[in-house]
Design a binder for this molecule. Sequence first.
Ligand SMILES: Cc1cc2nc3c(=O)[nH]c(=O)nc-3n(C[C@H](O)[C@H](O)[C@H](O)COP(=O)(O)OP(=O)(O)OC[C@H]3O[C@@H](n4cnc5c(N)ncnc54)[C@H](O)[C@@H]3O)c2cc1C
Length: 370
Amino acid sequence: MGSLALSRADVLDQPAPSIPDEVARIAREQLAPLAAGIDDGSVYPAEVLRKFGAVGAFGNHVPHEGSADLRCAIQAMAAVGEVCGSTAFMKWCQDTLVWYAANSTNAKLAKRFGDAFSTGRVLGGTGLSNPMKSFFGIEKLKLKGRKVEGGYIVRGVLPWVSNLGPDHYFGTIFEREDEPGLVMFLADCSDPAITLTPCKPFLAMDGTGTYGVQFRDVFVPDDLILADPAGPFVKKIRAGFILLQAGMALGLIKDCISIMDEVDNPLGHINRYLPQQPVHFRDLAAELDAETMALARDPYNEEDAYWRKVIALRLRAGDASVAAAHAAMLHCGARGYLKSHRAQRRLREAYFVAIVTPATKQLRKMLAES
Ligand SMILES: Cc1cc2nc3c(=O)[nH]c(=O)nc-3n(C[C@H](O)[C@H](O)[C@H](O)COP(=O)(O)OP(=O)(O)OC[C@H]3O[C@@H](n4cnc5c(N)ncnc54)[C@H](O)[C@@H]3O)c2cc1C
């Protein structure tokens, strides 16, 4: 055999690819060709999401012995976000669903859904925007529930919930109408009393399986209750919920830097007059990445100072996404103004990072009041 053949020892010496590396490979090979279709709403990439699940992309942040580490989940989300912001968001949706089931003290629920969610065999998301806004006095809770034998009856409408389909699940919260209290539960989209209504076309994110969800006196059995009462549970999972979103921003910013680099050769002579250069965003991305990784090791930290850092990081991540995408547009000029160029898609996706709950305005309110 020629000298190029690898010996068994050589093969054993190769480090196993990390989960983010595997996710990046799948994103490059299988997600990139779908990104335009996902953006225009003609594709919902269930199969690719399941492939991410199969290499462990949704399972690494599951807590062990009372602690959890979100770093790998965020890095994997960033690898997806470098290619497609919509799919990075769907990864976040799935990650939150895993996070809810893994933190629930309902042992039956955790046993039934834990692996199914973390392997991506069952897909879904989160309907916590309305509750998160209600906790900070921005709007009233939209779902109402009352206790009955073996569970609750729930009614109401959530205007937008993503990564859904007929056999999907998502975590959300209702307010009890029979007595004071909030309950967090898993909604089963296959329940005939739950209706998914397609949303009007968005600026971006149309391939994210986003629907208006109507609950028509849905019976939610005790087996689907994540936390009753919901308050202490939300306090436990909220930093993770927010921190995980950083993955969307980190991936998007990295691609915006690549876009600026790609046009440096033909346009660098004139682009150097622009105030914001790739090097600025490289520094900013490195700072955000370091801060995210530091906070992501400790998502159960209960200190107020930690919570403020999480909110401030999330705010910076939204601002930086919009700034990087804006700079990428200016660097590209007319090339980026073409519908076929991804610069304009990145700009539309960046605004989503800034408006998805907790939105920039909510984060500013939270910081002002903390
Ligand atoms: C593409 C997309 C996907 C989303 N996915 C999810 C998800 O998976 N889970 C989730 O919980 N939330 C989801 N949301 C909601 C999102 O997180 C924010 O809550 C939402 O964008 C509004 O946030 P805001 O802070 O700007 O609210 P504000 O603008 O301050 O207030 C929004 C409120 O205004 C009203 N409103 C304004 N315009 C409309 C309209 N066109 N139709 C209906 N009501 C309107 C509603 O009462 C709504 O609650 C999604 C939103 C979008 C655009």
